[in-house]
Write a protein that binds this ligand. Structure first.
Ligand code: FCB
Length: 455
């Protein structure tokens, strides 16, 4: 048995995102976002689930904050529904939307919980999608105006800001699936570059705003990448996958540059316009204060000898590997991957301040005893990942906090309500919240600022 203690002031938190929990999709003047349209029309959401009510957090946030307080979390990471603030994405703010977030933030502060805001977690106002989405510089401008409004209005009380959640997903990911428009991966890369510019411009706006005494960063989803054999082809493939998934976003936000090897590959494939020098200068002048890391799993890579090294999907190993553990999402459980990732970021990117902004596990959660979900798998997952984080801190990584995904079960995008990630269980028929075993365990971790581990 070993007792692990975290550094004093370590921020234990929990995370959610507006579209996944709020509901109230058409209330109080909120505009439609791209997900509202998708759930109502695309037929692509599992079981035909719609998210009109979700966890009804919009109406139940007071009760939810009371639960957060009981849990003991120090900070709550949530995102803003842009279309609640600006129903068309720009123009005049919607006072009822603003007032909802005022109440949410004030109630958190009254309960001693720090609000950590993600400005964009994938729910683009539909009016902005119609004019070109993230491919359009008009949308970049609208985002910077929206961010500036947020800093002006909430900056007196909110001291940690995240510009974007996982840019790769809503640019390269959404575009290569064609989920919100034409399937076009080239557009996805252009969108990604625009998002990086929007990110840097938002930082610039923050630093020149009235309340610029807080910290601002970005959240990336990052992976340790492992070749499954020692062959030089597999190793080369792993370098490419690492470049596309990790360095393509880490380099601009932490080094104000783009990875040359990946840019060369992408230019050959898609004939992308050159990156303007002014983008790099903008990034250089507007570095992040902290990096938000979302990590759930590693990537394993295998290149058959005949394979095209740019065919990403073919390089990633999707099939479960015997002897490995997987979550309900089919994601590999591999805590050492988090350790390797943190050490690597620290070494390659000059020791940045890091927060884990998301980590957690989807479980079946179907065994309930005396009202408590027996989610031993999730508890063990968190324990092992926390241990990996602790090891990284001991090695000198400047990790300041950990946000579990998620505070409560919620709408898991294309998976609808079929995947449960919460510390708290939500009955989506009655909206009743109940505790899981992992939540009780987490409550104790927070109280002790550490935990005991068997090995
Ligand atoms: C992340 C998303 C988050 C949630 C988890 C499971 O990629 O940021 O919204 O869906 O995955």
């Amino acid at each position: 048995m070993r007792k692990l203690k975290f550094p004093a002031g370590f921020i234990w938190g929990a995370a959610t995102a507006s579209y996944q929990v709020e509901g109230a999709w058409n209330e109080d003047g909120k505009g439609e976002n791209i997900w509202d349209v998708a759930v109502h029309t695309s037929g692509k959401i599992k079981n035909g689930d719609t998210d009109d009510i979700a966890c009804d957090h919009y109406h139940r946030f007071i009760e939810d904050i009371a639960l957060m307080k009981q849990l003991g979390i120090k900070a709550y990471r949530f995102s803003i529904s842009w279309a609640r603030i600006f129903p068309s994405g720009k123009g005049d703010p919607n006072s009822k939307g603003v007032s909802f977030y005022d109440k949410l933030i004030n109630t958190l502060l009254d309960n001693g919980i720090e609000p950590v805001i993600t400005l964009f977690h994938w729910d683009l106002p539909v009016k902005l999608q119609v004019i070109g989405g993230w491919e359009s510089s008009e949308v970049v401008d609208a985002y910077v105006d929206y961010a500036s409004f947020m800093f002006r209005h909430f900056g007196d009380r909110v001291k940690k800001w995240i510009t974007f959640n996982e840019p790769i997903v809503f640019t390269i990911g959404f575009y290569s699936e064609g989920f919100f428009g034409e399937k076009n991966i080239r557009s996805g890369f252009i969108a990604a570059r625009n998002v990086i510019v929007a990110h840097a411009k938002a930082i610039r706006a923050y630093r020149s705003s009235l309340h610029s005494d807080g910290k601002i960063g970005i959240t990336l989803d990052l992976f340790s990448v492992y070749p499954i054999t020692d062959s030089s082809l597999d190793k080369t493939a792993a370098v490419i996958i690492d470049g596309l998934f990790n360095r393509l976003f880490l380099d601009p936000v932490l080094k104000a540059s783009y990875p040359k090897d990946i840019v060369r590959i992408l230019n050959d494939l898609f004939n992308l316009p050159a990156i303007p020098e002014e983008d790099l200068l903008l990034l250089k002048d507007n570095k992040i204060d902290f990096l938000g890391v979302n990590n759930y799993r590693p990537h394993r890579v295998h290149a058959e000898s005949h394979q095209d090294l740019t065919d990403v999907e073919a390089l990633l190993v999707h099939e479960p590997i015997e002897g490995y553990q997987y979550s309900e999402m089919g994601w590999e459980v591999f805590p050492d991957g988090l350790y390797d990732l943190l050490i690597r970021i620290d070494k390659d990117y000059n020791h940045p301040v890091i927060y884990i902004t998301e980590n957690g596990m989807a479980c079946k959660d179907d065994i309930i005893v005396d009202g408590i979900v027996q989610d031993d798998d999730r508890l063990n997952y968190l324990k092992q990942y926390f241990e990996a984080a602790h090891r990284a801190i001991k090695e000198g990584v400047d990790l300041r906090g950990y946000f579990v995904w998620s505070l409560m079960d919620n709408f898991e995008w294309l998976e609808g309500f079929s995947k449960r990630f919460g510390l708290l269980r939500v009955d989506f028929k009655t909206q009743e919240r109940s505790w899981k075993k992992s939540a009780y365990w987490y409550q104790d971790v927070i109280k002790q600022n550490g935990f005991t581990i068997e090995k």
